[in-house]
Design a protein around this ligand. Sequence first.
Ligand SMILES: Nc1ncnc2c1ncn2[C@@H]1O[C@H](COP(=O)(O)OP(=O)(O)OP(=O)(O)O)[C@@H](O)[C@H]1O
Ligand SMILES: [Mg+2]
Length: 304
Amino acid sequence: MFEKLLVALDGSPVAEQVLPYVEPLARDLKAPVTLLHVLEPLPEEVRAAYLRLSLPLEELINVTKAQEYLALHARRLREAGLAVEIQTITGHPAEAIVEHAQQRGFGLIAMTTHGRSGVRRWTLGSVAEHVVRASHTPVFLVRATEKLHRVTAMQRLVVPLDGSPLAEGILPAAQELATRLSLPVLLVRVVTFPVTIAAWPEGQSYIGELMDQMQREAESYVEALTQRLQKSGLQVASHVVQGEPAGEIARVARGKPGSLVAISTHARSGLQRWILGSVTDKLIRNYGGPLVVFHPPAERPAGP
Ligand SMILES: Nc1ncnc2c1ncn2[C@@H]1O[C@H](COP(=O)(O)OP(=O)(O)OP(=O)(O)O)[C@@H](O)[C@H]1O
Ligand SMILES: [Mg+2]
């Protein structure tokens, strides 16, 4: 896994905010990098007009421009000691990025949450949104910011778990990533207040007791996983907190600079195609640091 890195660049400075992360990532993963730009095909009637007037096809001009642009960034990354290739393809950006990664066996797609249209809070650009939802290749996602932000070296892999087997599905990949990046792992479990029970008039008296019991269960759950992961030689710690999952996971990760959050697109509520689990969705929108988004193994088609 994580053998080759595909970096999607739309030509905007916002999208380039992924590059400072690509350098240490590719170095630690000892993975070659491909910088990819997808050219949107010219509308047919425009193309026909160009041909009729035997004007040089804009597409061709754009290809050259795109290759020159990618070559510039490739040169910088090569100077930093990385093996870098550039690639331009034609197609609809989101689908083309997902397909290219799948077909060429890339282990990780790296991109920013926004690109040419600029940074908007709490949202994702349409290409990023589609890639995160549809890609079976893990996505290293960097939240783009208006002003360039200082990149903090990655110092730990935060792995949120809700106790479901589906959420645990990312552990083998997270374990491999932590091992290859030599990062300690922090397992995070959030115990959520059972609102349904709180609604019962007589439920009130049970709440405290129930929360304590859920806390104890969660602690023994992460303790068992911690010991299991430690056997593979990883440094592992765990954290059980109470509250709203996405908010608490983001708070824990923000509280420790250099946290890379590894999260699965779906967990307890199961696989609903094309929609992200609500916690993942909120985390991608609210957590300001880098994330790696995995599709649970169950959903992965037979890859190359
Ligand atoms: N044509 C493309 N080729 C390669 N990467 C692309 C292309 N278009 C977008 N991307 C990548 O997708 C990421 C998010 O960009 P996206 O297009 O989703 O945001 P946006 O331009 O701000 O929003 P929108 O396109 O929805 O107006 C960026 O990292 C960008 O490099
Ligand atoms: Mg865009």
